[in-house]
Ligand binder design. Structure first.
Ligand code: CAA
Length: 396
């Protein structure tokens, strides 16, 4: 067993940290306050090569391993959740799923532009009446010659107004398959497609989230990932990748909480001494450090499992569940340490508090992951090897 990160991992961490500080943080507090998102951040991510993380060089990607993807997510979310969310939907849910499920022709067709950041990808599973119970989704795909006609709507879609293409899960009309779902790559420039932003969010206010609508939208059959009947598995394996990025990002929030709280605890004095000398403050800081260290181990393990091609649905659920809870707890404690200043957007910790709450809902709620882990432990749920895996690392 080898826990050492490589020099390349450390360089990637430094690059992502600097990107967060230089390109994400400037103007963020205002954008967050005004609920405005900034598409130029995606352009800068593309320029920096971040959008091609963990995609093989033959598809114009960075050729880095999957642990590197996690490290980038951690460092981006240390600056702000909105930057990590871009990685979750573009790299995790969209690109990794094409890498896992796409035919050679599909990978050649889509991955180079996505890896270069010329195109941005997103994910459409959730519907107004289908969140945790994903298989109750109602968007239909009706076969018509060599294409499918999609009708329906998806909600809580990150990058709804920006993404050039979406991985959409639909219910096959008139199907007698046991699992009547299919997954399609849908171009936003298809007649019948529209999107609308969601306003008034508790957190991730500087990020674009919205609804997407399909009205008699014709999608070529060659845009299907996997076969008819594979749609639910494609969605669940997409979540294996998305949850990984969320778990890694949560560690970044904890680190940001620690950075802010350590500084404040050393600067702020009460009764003639820094509040960091108070044991109750030390207890909160220690708890954040514990969350950070456990969180890293959990996501590094999942990154390693991706590298060697092991199914990791249980482990990634554990990492996502544990780290998102730890991030929210750290943010709550950071607000506590900052006292009244923690209640104001003069300091960043109130933003960490709001943003970390969202991650306990998306990509599987706290309750879904609790139930999954209970079922695994009781032997009611187990992970069989799956037919299609991500390419192992090093890539061919
Ligand atoms: N990879 C490949 N196949 C998988 C898989 C995976 N990760 N997970 C499950 N499967 C397969 C199973 O092997 C099974 O196949 P067989 O029938 O051949 O055995 C099939 O898919 C069905 O799997 P399950 O029996 O596990 O399905 P379930 O009905 O028990 O799943 C659930 C229930 C786990 C709660 C699932 O519905 C779930 O995870 N719900 C939460 C959905 C979610 O996270 N939504 C978030 C939306 S996306 C989002 O939030 C993104 C965003 O906004 C940015």
């Amino acid at each position: 067993m080898d826990f050492a990160l490589t020099q390349e991992h450390e360089l990637i961490r430094e690059m992502a940290y600097k990107f967060g500080q230089n390109e994400v943080l400037p103007g963020l507090a205002e954008r967050d306050r005004e609920h405005t998102s900034d598409a130029t951040m995606l352009e800068k991510m593309a320029e920096a090569g971040i959008l091609g993380m963990s995609i093989p060089e033959k598809f114009h990607g960075s050729n880095t391993d999957y642990i590197s993807l996690g490290i980038v997510c951690e460092e981006l979310e240390r600056a702000d959740t909105t930057a990590r969310v871009v990685m979750s939907v573009h790299s995790g849910l969209h690109c990794m799923t094409i890498l896992q499920w796409g035919t050679d022709e599909q990978k050649e067709r889509w991955l180079p532009a996505l890896a270069k950041g010329d195109r941005w990808g997103a994910f459409g599973l959730t519907e107004p009446n289908a969140g945790s119970d994903a298989s109750s989704l109602r968007t239909t795909a009706t076969k018509d010659g060599d294409s499918y006609i999609l009708n329906g709507e998806k909600t809580w879609i990150s990058l709804a107004d920006y993404a050039h293409q979406f991985l959409v899960i639909a219910r096959l009309a008139n199907s007698d398959l046991k699992s009547p779902f299919a997954a399609f790559i849908v171009d936003r420039n298809t007649p019948g497609f529209s999107s609308r932003a969601i306003k008034g969010k508790l957190g991730v206010r500087a990020g674009n989230t919205g609804q997407i609508f399909f009205e008699n939208m014709r999608v070529p059959a060659e845009n299907m990932l996997g076969e008819e009947g594979d749609g639910f598995k494609v969605a669940m394996s997409a979540l294996d990748h998305g949850r990984y990025t969320v778990a890694a990002g949560a560690v970044g929030i904890i680190t940001a909480c620690l950075d802010a709280s350590v500084k404040y605890a050393n600067d702020r004095t009460v009764q003639g001494e820094a509040i960091g000398k108070k044991q109750l403050v030390q207890q909160m800081i220690a708890s954040m450090a514990r969350g950070r260290d456990i969180g890293r181990l959990l996501y590094y393990q999942v990154g390693w499992m991706k590298n060697v091609g092991l199914r990791h649905t249980r482990e990634v659920s554990m990492a996502k569940w544990t780290n998102c809870e730890a991030a929210f707890d750290a943010a709550n404690k950071a607000v506590e340490i900052h006292g009244a200043y923690g209640f104001s957007d003069e300091f960043p910790v109130e933003r960490y508090f709001r943003n970390s709450r969202g991650a306990m809902i998306y990509e599987g709620t706290h309750e879904i992951h609790t139930i999954m882990q209970g079922e695994y432990a009781l032997g009611y749920r187990s992970d069989k090897p799956i037919a299609r895996n991500l390419p192992t690392y090093p890539f061919e």
